[in-house]
Design a protein around this ligand. Structure first.
Ligand code: UGA
Length: 434
């Protein structure tokens, strides 16, 4: 099939590349000229495991092309995917200006029937708004389909190629037929394509992300309680997670959820609830608890140093909001750095992929190390904010020779307690004994 993908962020680029991989002819469009030129030259603008291979293969086989020319992209496309940003507006509600603007532009360009698919996370009712725009600006018939993405950064290619489910919000029989054909190669193992109305589909995405954010937050509070009660959160997690109704995944306590999705989506659902005079109490608490959890490591540090960390120096391992990404949006590490600086401490950081993104935020206010060992020089303690594999099994002998005091505050529970005691470290993690 001939497909246009509008927007080449994480979602658009993964979607476009993975759709080309099953033989579709995909044109990706973006208004960012430099980015498009980069991709035309074969350069991938994001770090996403596995994407590189598919990206180059499909470019070389001419199934994946890039342009800034929207007219060219939509001309022959049967299906037009919109993968555009929906950042939180000033009032917390998702800002729809990119989506609605693109819909208007497309409406002016098309000359025959199109399926317009919305991949972005959008408030309930957006498909109706997009349909209304097409009705206003063109006489050409279109079907607007809500098709939320469930891609996790770091495993996005796998999530697209082998989805747990594909959700399609449309009541058009024709659109259902075409979309079923398009997604058939991805659901060969029997994972379902779930058809529903547009509004239910739009809400499904918010409900899924908000539920996962709630699950993590619940576990973070259990972890905090474990510390007070002398219980071990690892044991509690396994004991709970073995119940199939609860499930093992997304029960890992830490320093709060971050990223470009959970914080934004929870906030947007709360906002939508408020607008509909529904007080979504659980989600409001989730937001509140997560705010506190992001700096819980700093609270522990301040307590350890007798309420005064002014003049102290701290090393941080991990900046990205999770491993296998360079994305630092809403990353707990940013809040930790800020809190340490606000309390008069100095900071050195190391992350395998996120350094450049953090440099553009903190500039020369902090030090940027070249590896996970040199970052420890002169540090009074090490704080761990992201569970990169490379941090899991460090050379402790090398570490101990560099770090002034053997003090670690671990926000991701990377090490066994017994081992840390044996190595002579003060090791403060989440929901476990000291
Ligand atoms: C999330 C969802 O998992 C995807 O299904 C969804 O498509 C995506 O948002 C989106 O809306 O686009 P992502 O933001 O890439 O994906 O990251 P996750 O792997 O879900 O992690 C989110 C946050 O939760 C991270 O900060 C992570 O450290 C934290 N987390 C996750 C925990 O603290 N504990 C866990 O057990 C799991």
């Amino acid at each position: 099939m001939k497909i246009a993908v509008i927007g080449t962020g994480y979602v658009g680029l993964v979607t476009g590349t993975c759709l080309a991989e099953t033989g579709n002819d995909v044109t990706c469009v973006d208004i960012n000229v430099a980015k498009i030129q980069k991709m035309q030259a074969g350069e991938l603008p994001i770090y996403e495991p596995g994407l590189d291979l598919l990206f180059h293969r499909n470019i070389s086989q001419k199934r994946l092309t890039f342009t800034t020319d929207l007219a060219l992209a939509v001309k022959d496309a049967q299906i037009i995917f919109m993968a555009l940003p929906t950042p939180p507006g000033g009032d917390g509600a998702a800002d729809l200006s990119y989506i609605l603007g693109a819909a208007k532009d497309i409406a002016h360009l098309i000359t025959d029937y199109k399926i317009i698919v919305n991949k972005s996370t959008v408030p309930v009712g957006t498909a109706d708004k997009v349909s209304a725009i097409f009705k206003t600006y063109t006489d050409i018939k279109v079907d607007v389909v809500s098709n939320p993405e469930f891609l996790r950064e770091g495993v996005a290619v796998d999530d697209f190629m082998k989805p747990d489910r594909v959700v399609l919000g449309t009541t058009s029989e024709h659109a259902k037929k075409i979309m079923t054909e398009l997604y058939a190669p991805y659901v060969r193992q029997g994972n379902p394509i779930l058809f529903m109305d547009e509004r239910s589909s739009e809400l499904t995405k918010y409900a899924a992300n908000s539920f996962l954010a709630t699950k993590i937050t619940f576990m973070n509070e259990i972890a905090n309680l474990c510390e007070l009660l002398g219980a071990d959160v690892d044991a509690v997690r396994k004991g709970m997670g073995s119940d199939e109704r609860i499930g093992k995944r997304f029960l890992f306590p830490g320093i709060g959820y971050g990223g470009s999705c959970f914080p934004k989506d929870v906030q947007a659902l709360v906002k939508a609830s408020d607008e509909n005079v529904y007080d979504f109490k659980i989600l409001k608490s989730v937001m509140e608890v997560n705010e506190l959890q992001k700096t819980i490591l700093v609270d522990k540090v301040i307590t350890y140093f007798n309420q005064n960390i002014s003049g102290k120096h701290f090393a941080i391992w991990g900046l990205a909001f999770k491993p296998e990404t360079d994305d630092v949006r809403e990353a707990p590490a940013l809040y930790i750095i800020k809190a340490l600086l606000d309390n008069g401490a100095s900071v050195s950081v190391f992350d395998p992929e996120g350094m450049e993104n953090v440099k553009s935020i903190f500039e020369d206010k902090i030090n940027y190390a070249t590896d996970q060992y040199s970052v420890l020089e002169g540090a009074n303690a090490l704080l761990i904010a992201t569970e990169w594999s490379v941090f899991r099994n460090p050379d402790f002998e090398k570490m101990s020779a560099i770090i002034a005091d053997r003090v670690i505050f671990d926000g991701r529970n990377l090490f066994e307690l017994a081992k840390m005691i044996e190595l002579g470290y003060y090791y403060n993690s989440i929901g476990r004994a000291l």
